[in-house]
Design a protein around this ligand. Structure first.
Ligand code: NAD
Ligand code: TDX
Length: 340
């Protein structure tokens, strides 16, 4: 089995590639990634010499390039993924998430191969109570969410029109190793360790459902192997937190582990202007994937959070190189000769 994983140099894609290589010996992975600011080949430095792994630098919208690659199936993680950036400039979001996905779908259509599209709970919009199910209406509020919802609709349309074997997954907020430090959890940990203010948007009472990235990867693995084409599967942690409570928990954990005072750490919290159109609450019903494929999240939140803080403490160089911009040098040194 040769799987084309797109966006594999990012947070979830790199965790997925590592998971597949260890869970399915003999599978080959081709990681197609454009290496935008969010792509970092250091995330995969432990597998880069694995004979079952290959990296190709490129854009998911580049049909000519993808047509020249041999693969049996696609898992599409590639996307512009940060809501705040989409508010500043939506164009790259439309280009990659919508136009890029359509380019990829064209190649899949010709190959007639399985296609798993990684989407998000954000396509459902915000709800004060209750849970979104797979048949809830798509009501995106940010340009990011709108671009993901658009790509979901294209995937659905290609399944209905051309019969491609496509499946969509919609997951809640991921946390864990290798998350780019613009996202809430790594940003809070890094700022706490460096004694910088920790920005909390608005009143901090927005709610997100958090899931460990490895639980997400295992769910995608199951959907890839046993999901039904044409279906959508929600993936969630059943683990809702107010942002402010999560930030306090993180700061207390960092303080405890580094011998700093909790009062000092909590004193870093700085309420800042709210994100425009900030979704109040995301919450999804993930019972379908449990019922049909027997998936359950395995990582308890307390344990997952401790491990995550521990990882960012142990891998300070990794995120410090991102914050300083030095990580951009890595692929030039490792791959520059071959990539030009
Ligand atoms: P990320 O930003 O960390 O990684 C995205 C990767 O895609 C990067 O390596 C980047 O270089 C690559 N990329 C961007 N544009 C590309 C293009 N045109 N061609 C090829 N590669 C390109 O994102 P992530 O957090 O790992 O998210 C991965 C996927 O999961 C996204 O589709 C996102 O919408 C979805 N998702 C993320 C979360 C979350 O909490 N992070 C939750 C649900 C769904
Ligand atoms: O500095 C911050 N302060 C703050 O209060 C940041 C970066 C975020 N926040 C808030 C905004 C959100 O309510 O924290 C919450 C989480 O923010 P992000 O980490 O930016 O995630 P979110 O906007 O919820 O989107 C994430 O989950 C769904 C991913 O970035 C998406 O790719 C995924 O689809």
């Amino acid at each position: 089995m040769k799987i084309l994983v797109t966006g594999g140099a990012g947070f979830i894609g790199s965790n997925f590639i590592r998971h597949i290589l260890s869970a399915h010996p003999g599978y080959r992975i081709i990681n197609l990634d454009k290496l935008t600011y969010a792509g970092n080949l250091e995330n995969l430095s432990d597998v880069e010499n694995n004979p079952d792994y290959r990296f190709v630098k490129g854009d998911i919208g580049d049909r000519g390039l993808i047509e020249g690659i041999e693969f049996d199936a696609v898992v599409n993680f590639a996307a512009e993924s940060h809501v705040d950036r989409s508010i500043i400039d939506a164009s790259p979001f439309l280009q990659t998430n919508v136009v890029g996905t359509q380019g990829l779908l064209e190649v899949v259509r010709k190959r007639n191969c399985r296609f798993v599209h990684i989407s998000t709970d954000e396509v459902y919009g915000s709800t004060p109570d209750g849970l979104f199910a797979e048949d809830s209406p798509v009501m995106p509020n940010s340009p990011y969410a709108a671009s993901k919802a658009s790509s979901d609709l294209l995937v659905r349309a290609y399944h209905e029109t051309y019969g491609i074997e496509a499946i969509i997954t919609r997951c809640s907020n991921n946390y864990g190793p290798f998350q780019f430090p613009e996202k809430l959890i790594p940003l809070v940990i890094a700022n706490a360790l460096e004694g910088r203010p920790v920005p909390v948007y608005g009143d901090g009472r927005n709610v997100r459902d958090w899931i460990h990235v490895l639980d997400h990867c295992k769910a995608v693995d199951l959907v890839f192997h046993r999901g039904r084409p044409g279906e959508v599967y929600n993936i969630g942690g059943n683990n809702e937190w107010l942002n402010i409570d999560l930030v306090r928990l993180l700061l207390s954990t960092v303080a405890r582990r580094t011998g700093k005072t909790e009062t000092g750490a909590l004193g870093l919290i700085t309420f800042v202007e709210d994100r425009a159109g900030h979704d109040r609450r995301y919450a999804i019903d993930a019972s379908k994937i449990g019922r049909e494929l027997g998936w359950r999240p395995e990582t308890g939140f307390e344990e997952g959070m401790e491990k995550t803080v521990e990882w960012y403490l142990a891998n300070r160089e990794w995120w410090a190189r991102i914050i300083s911009g030095q990580y951009r040098e890595y692929y030039k040194v490792q791959y520059g000769q071959r990539l030009g």
